[in-house]
Ligand binder design. Structure first.
Ligand SMILES: Nc1ncnc2c1ncn2[C@@H]1O[C@H](COP(=O)(O)OP(=O)(O)OP(=O)(O)O)[C@@H](O)[C@H]1O
Ligand SMILES: [Mg+2]
Length: 331
């Protein structure tokens, strides 16, 4: 990078079209007995927006954590532009991968601008002594960082709130601020974990436009989202995770019409699906319980009929005795 005041519109870490930016192979993450991610392969090429979808608990965030050095995968390898990533999140950010979080992680008591400046620290060359002595080099670098941070706030539409405390921003704007902070590290790949969660349809549409604009800056994108319309509009390719395994990957149309994907979302098992055996077992147990309940209901009904038959002559006699004129019509 030659300057801190890169004009908005180009990523300093921009890549050549078609180049493989992210190459994850056989990524597995186990927590004790639970395998949250199992042998997942995924690539993202430059200029692409790739979607990662799957039901709750499918392992999407865990996979992101494996890509960004928060978790060290139990097995597998992650390469960024051909180089194996170091197992530390700040080193991954320095290498060129930035992310936002499913549960927003901002510094609540810092201003909007300060939050973006924090995101820039991996790109500031000025060291500790320079910061302490506050020499001319430090002031120049600081001014450049502020300018870049303001450009990014402008880009996401938050420049007018630069001095507000981040905790006072509405939810949708906090998500935008997280994106600005991620962009501040000049990434070549941006990972977004549910960027539209909690947004209204208007904000969601604006976020869609924002992501297209980021892609046009030369930054590849991998995005997790539950909003299917958003994902299908946005993504060049979509991968589906189910119970930690990649079920299918393809363009939006292919993924949308795949009956295994539909089944996974509706919770219906399909042949060869991960967890199929367990689902079949649950189904058998449910069928058995239903049959048992039916048999019990039938037995109770038969019992009731028997009792009724035994009491019937008396009851009939009662009705005849009590019957008043006109009562017949009320029944
Ligand atoms: N640190 C951890 N320790 C133990 N288990 C974990 C840990 N992180 C995630 N898991 C488990 O891994 C599985 C996958 O969780 P993950 O958060 O990756 O799912 P997800 O696809 O992001 O779901 P959602 O759509 O709800 O965000 C879950 O069963 C979860 O409980
Ligand atoms: Mg998640």
């Amino acid at each position: 990078m030659t300057t801190d005041t890169t004009t908005q519109g180009t990523a300093p870490d921009a890549t050549t079209p078609g180049e493989t930016i992210l190459d994850a192979r056989g990524v597995t993450m186990r927590f004790g007995g639970l395998t949250a991610v199992r042998g997942v392969d995924l690539t993202v090429n430059s200029g692409e927006i790739v979607g990662l979808i799957g039901p709750n608990g499918a392992g999407k965030t865990t996979f992101f954590n494996c890509l960004t050095g928060l978790y060290i995968p139990t097995e597998g390898e992650v390469r960024y532009k051909g180089k194996v990533l170091p197992p530390k999140s700040f080193k991954v950010t320095a290498a060129g991968i930035a992310r936002t979080f499913q549960n927003i992680r901002l510094f609540a008591n810092m201003t909007v601008l300060e939050n973006v400046l924090v995101g820039r620290h991996t790109r500031t060359k000025e060291g500790l002594w320079s910061a302490l002595l506050r020499g001319p080099g430090f002031h120049k670098a600081e001014a450049a960082s502020r300018q870049r941070a303001m450009e990014l706030l402008e880009f996401v539409g938050l420049a007018h709130k630069a001095d507000h405390l981040s905790r006072n921003l509405p939810y949708g704007e906090q998500r935008k601020l997280e994106i600005a902070r991620a962009l501040a590290s000049d990434p070549g790949l941006l990972l977004l974990d549910e960027p539209t969660a909690g947004m209204n349809p208007q904000e969601t549409r604006a976020t869609e436009e924002l992501i297209f604009a980021i892609r046009d800056m030369g930054i590849a994108i991998l995005v997790i989202e539950h909003d299917m319309r958003f994902i299908m509009n946005l993504c060049d390719r979509v991968a589906v995770l189910v119970q930690g395994e990649k079920l299918i990957e393809g363009d939006s149309a292919t993924v949308q019409r795949d009956e295994r994907v539909i089944a996974a979302y509706l919770g219906e098992p399909f042949e060869g699906a991960p967890g199929e055996e367990e689902a079949a077992e649950v189904e058998r147990a449910e069928a058995q319980a239903e049959a048992q309940a039916e048999a019990q209901a039938e037995a109770a009904e038969a019992e009731a009929a028997k009792t009724e038959a035994a009491e019937a002559p008396e009851a009939e006699a009662d009705t005849t005795t009590d019957a008043a004129p006109g009562k017949e019509n009320d029944r």
